[in-house]
Design a protein around this ligand. Structure first.
Ligand code: PLP
Length: 399
């Protein structure tokens, strides 16, 4: 089946189907563990003449296993092009460094993953690229922050860890009216829960380490594009001019793992979303819990926006137990859920954002991001919900 026909399929069929390997007819593409490839005079001449993806040049420039993953990712994002990277942060940095030059400006939401915030707030400033942080749910604040040199508006579709849901259509309209590129990080949602390119966003980045891989055993990232305002070959330009030069390609083995992950994404995330919704309801009724953040709850500030934009409310949630000591005690008591830095895997994982990923960010900035000292973030897994709730019940009874 060619890509045009694949695009006409529904989500699950697009995720599962992949063309058989041409050389071996293997049903799923084999891993090509190669850093170097042999040339002959004809291949060499094609490379000299400027051939790129059509011939295998060198592992850092591209590899057949990466290309197979990129095709599969392109299908589930509804994208016209996709570029695989070594990690989610590589996807974010390659995208921003590919779009921006010294003197440019970004408008970014207050709440993003800590390394993204720190890259914008510290690293990019060293290269004279400035960021204004705003609450992107306030469209007037975004409009006021735009300057003549603003090139990018950046946000997370579901923000880490505040669970704020970005309303995409007004942001896209405001940006595109002024030729500004809209980039979002869709890691917390995953393409099963939200497909930002269908809402007019130009570029979507994912940490594939999370729901795409789904088993807490692989690091990788992707950049997918469908844009009216960027050149059609923009991702190929940044593959060569930025990703290859920075040296951040996805390894063939990780590409193969992620390509497999895509094929079971929907069944995993469907169940994870169910568990997240049930946990959110449970926490909302618990007397030791002072706040719950989950887009599926009516109490969530962007619940109506989430209903419009997401067929499911996602597998991520957070709740507040008053202070960091309580949070640590709860996580240390849990036996079934795993106290860990990452998310999106088959096991339920928990973390305390203020003490972990966001520790280096000053407390007043953390509060601006909606991160309280007692906040516990959960990535719902595939366990039986009764066992999960019993685990949390026991842990909460100890504070
Ligand atoms: C929302 C979000 N984006 C990006 C990243 C970075 O991904 P990676 O660890 O694959 O570089 C993370 C990591 O936790 C994340 O939570």
């Amino acid at each position: 089946m060619d890509n045009n026909n694949r695009r006409k399929l529904n989500f699950n069929s697009r995720a599962v189907y992949c063309p058989p390997d041409e050389a071996t007819k293997a049903v799923n593409p084999p891993i090509v563990m190669a850093s170097s490839f042999e040339y002959d005079a004809e291949i060499f001449q094609r490379i000299v003449d400027g051939a790129r993806k059509e011939v295998n040049i060198y592992g850092r420039c591209g590899n057949p296993s990466e290309y197979a993953f990129e095709e599969q990712m392109m299908m589930i994002e509804g994208a016209d092009a996709c570029l695989a990277t070594a990690s989610g942060m590589a996807a974010i940095s390659v995208t921003l460094l590919g779009l921006l030059k010294s003197g440019d400006h970004i408008v970014c939401d207050w709440t993003t993953y800590s390394s993204t915030h720190e890259m914008l707030d510290h690293r990019l400033t060293d290269y004279n690229i400035e960021t204004t942080f705003v609450d992107t749910s306030n469209i007037d604040a975004v409009r006021d922050a735009i300057r003549p040199n603003t090139k990018v508006i950046y946000f997370e579709t579901i923000a880490n860890p505040s669970m704020k849901v970005a309303e995409m259509p007004p942001l896209v309209k405001l940006a595109h009216d002024q030729g500004i590129v809209v980039v979002c990080d869709n890691t917390f949602a995953s393409p099963y829960v939200m497909r930002p390119l269908e809402w007019g966003v130009d570029i979507v980045v994912e940490s594939c380490t999370k729901f795409i891989g789904g088993h807490s055993d692989v690091i990788g990232g992707s950049i997918a594009m469908k844009s009216e305002i960027l050149p059609d070959d923009f991702l190929e330009q940044i593959r060569w001019n930025t990703m290859v030069k920075l040296g951040s390609p996805l390894s063939p083995f990780n590409a193969w793992m992620l390509q497999r992950g895509i094929q079971t994404l929907s069944v995993r995330v469907e169940r994870q979303c169910e568990n997240a919704a049930k946990m959110a309801e449970y926490f909302e009724g618990h007397d030791k819990v002072s706040g719950v953040w989950y887009p599926g709850l009516e109490s969530h500030p962007q619940h109506d926006i989430a209903r419009k934009q997401m067929p499911k409310f996602g597998a991520m949630l957070a709740f507040d137990v008053g202070n960091a000591n309580n949070a640590l005690k709860v996580l240390d008591t849990l036996e079934l859920s795993c106290f860990s830095a990452s998310l999106g895997g088959v096991r339920t994982t928990t973390q305390i954002p203020a003490l972990m990923a966001f520790l280096d960010i000053p407390e007043e900035e953390r509060l601006e991001m909606g991160i309280t000292q007692g906040m516990i973030r959960i990535s719902a897994g595939l366990e039986d919900i009764d066992d999960l709730i019993a685990d949390f019940d026991k842990a909460l009874s100890g504070i």
